[in-house]
Design a protein around this ligand. Structure first.
Ligand code: SF4
Ligand code: MG
Length: 274
């Protein structure tokens, strides 16, 4: 481990439990690089996670961390931010955790534009619980609960949270680690609800059921299938078939929930209300 990031890990908790070739560690590395790059105070930074392979990340990190209940990471994070708005709060979730059982919390955190940085590890499947399809499994792809291929359509997560009210939305893959680090930094700087989707490999479940090859081949596919949004500008903006758009996808200004709430309380107090 590089000495500049070692301080962010609970070394005694390693080795981690992830499978060889899993992309989760790559996301984690980009996250600590971003925290280091932002110069955040380790004692004023909180990592919240839900349930699933990705959410085990919180246990390996040496911050104040909460490994919470399935789908509820954003609800816990909202409580933390409400009671201590000065803290930096990062929320780590898997695709199933965030968009299925946690979908309701997701849209309302985005709608409120609460100042949190959500990072969604999208491996297109429920890895820990046995490879079931999630709302982020692409149509026709296989899972233990879709042995002939899923007949559902996957969420377009960036469009979903943008529509719900998020003010920063980005996407990267575990192949594009420098980009991912920069996007997490920009997401954190945004005062409002920010979400970074990370396409990451689960060779054990998604990769195996869909015959996507070795972990290295899955990473290579991430490189080949990605198109940076900057390269789409100037064209008609259409995404070529089978490609995944990465980069900073959306940025907007909107009132931040806690600031609005506290301002409303202050105004009432000044009027002599209770
Ligand atoms: Fe990673 Fe998939 Fe293994 Fe979970 S099951 S640790 S997501 S490779
Ligand atoms: Mg998953």
């Amino acid at each position: 481990m590089l000495p500049e990031v070692e301080q962010y890990f609970r070394i005694e908790k390693l080795p981690h439990m992830w499978c060889p070739g899993c992309g989760n560690g790559i996301v984690l590395h980009s996250l600590v690089n971003a925290i280091s790059g932002l110069g955040l105070n380790q004692d004023k930074t909180v990592i919240v996670s839900g349930i699933g392979c990705a959410s085990r990340a919180a246990g390996y990190l040496d911050f104040d961390t909460l490994h919470t209940t399935h789908g509820r990471a954003l609800a816990f994070a909202t409580g933390i931010k409400f009671s201590r708005p000065e803290l930096n709060v990062f929320v780590l979730m898997g695709d199933g955790d965030c968009t299925a059982i946690g979908g309701n919390h997701l849209i309302h955190a985005a709608r409120r534009n609460i100042n949190l940085t959500a990072i969604v590890f999208n491996n297109h499947i429920y890895g820990m619980t046995g490879g079931q399809y999630s709302p982020m499994t692409p149509s026709k792809k296989r899972a233990t609960t879709a042995v002939f291929g899923s007949v559902e359509r996957a969420f377009n997560l960036p469009e979903l949270v943008k529509g719900a009210g998020a003010t920063y939305v980005a996407r990267a893959t575990t192949y594009h680690t420098a980009l991912l680090t920069n996007l997490i930094m920009e997401a954190h700087k945004n005062k409002g609800f920010s979400l970074v989707e990370v396409i990451t490999a689960c060779p054990t479940a998604y990769g195996r059921y869909n015959k996507l090859g070795s972990p290295a081949e899955m990473l290579k596919a991430q490189r080949e299938n990605a198109v940076n949004i900057k390269d789409l500008r100037g064209s008609n903006g259409e995404v070529p078939e089978g490609k995944v758009v990465i980069g900073e996808l959306y940025r907007a200004e909107a009132p931040e929930y806690i600031e609005e709430y506290l301002a409303a309380v202050k105004a009432l107090q000044e009027k002599g209300g209770k």
